[in-house]
Design a protein. Structure first.
Length: 220
């Protein structure tokens, strides 16, 4: 039995899907981008490079014996998760993608993923551990984190600027050393080594910058 013909004008919503018909979504409209110099890249930023989206994991300025300084960047492909090392000249420009920020609370680790909770809806979201790169050891239970989203998908995560950690091992204080003396190695409670002032001893707590893992101050 044939269906009764439709009266009135047809729209795309009334028509069945056609092979090859383009499906329009937010991505088709393009993600807002802004140009910036390569030396402005920082961990957590999302850029577009060679048609792919990458999250910056780590960047270092390298000054060769001859020639101009270059930016050495370790980044993670948002879609595949593959890591890539890339160099830019400091004067080069890159395309930074505009992201939407949303706050989550870190709950626990589940295999290769991190379980985050939305503080408003209490819904859980999984993000891959390697989204944090070398900042992962500074993630703490119940920590408030800022997740950057593109089209609802997590592409990067920011931690608080500093965390407080305990010194597990450190060389003893040497008589005559002052705060201006050379720093010494110490082992943090998260298993990471850090350079600390000579007056810091095992059992003390210090404040560490999460961006690069460096000593900031003795915890108050």
């Amino acid at each position: 039995m044939l269906a009764a013909p439709r009266t009135g004008p047809y729209t795309r919503a009334h028509m069945p899907p056609l092979p090859g018909w383009p499906r329009f979504n937010r991505q088709d409209a393009g993600i807002p981008m802004a140009k910036m110099q390569a030396n402005q890249m920082r961990a957590g930023m999302v850029i577009e490079f060679e048609g792919q989206r990458y999250t910056i994991l780590k960047q270092n300025i390298m000054i060769p014996g001859k020639g101009a300084a270059v930016i050495q960047v370790e980044m993670r492909n948002v879609k595949s998760g593959a890591k890539k090392d890339q160099r830019w000249r400091t004067a080069d420009t890159v395309e930074r993608l505009t992201t939407e920020d949303k706050e989550f609370t870190y709950s626990y680790e589940d295999g290769e993923n991190l379980v985050l909770m939305d503080p408003e809806t209490f819904e859980q979201t999984l993000v891959p551990k390697d989204i944090l790169g070398e900042r992962l050891p500074y993630l703490q239970e119940n920590m408030k984190v800022n997740v950057k989203l593109i089209e609802g998908e997590p592409v990067s995560m920011d931690l608080p600027e500093t965390v407080t950690l305990e010194i597990m091992e450190a060389d003893p204080v040497v008589k005559g050393q002052t705060a201006s003396s050379s720093y010494k190695p110490a082992l943090l409670s998260n298993g990471v080594k850090v350079m600390v002032p000579p007056f810091i001893t095992a059992g003390e707590k210090i404040v560490v910058k999460t961006a690069d893992g460096t000593y900031y101050e003795r915890a108050k």
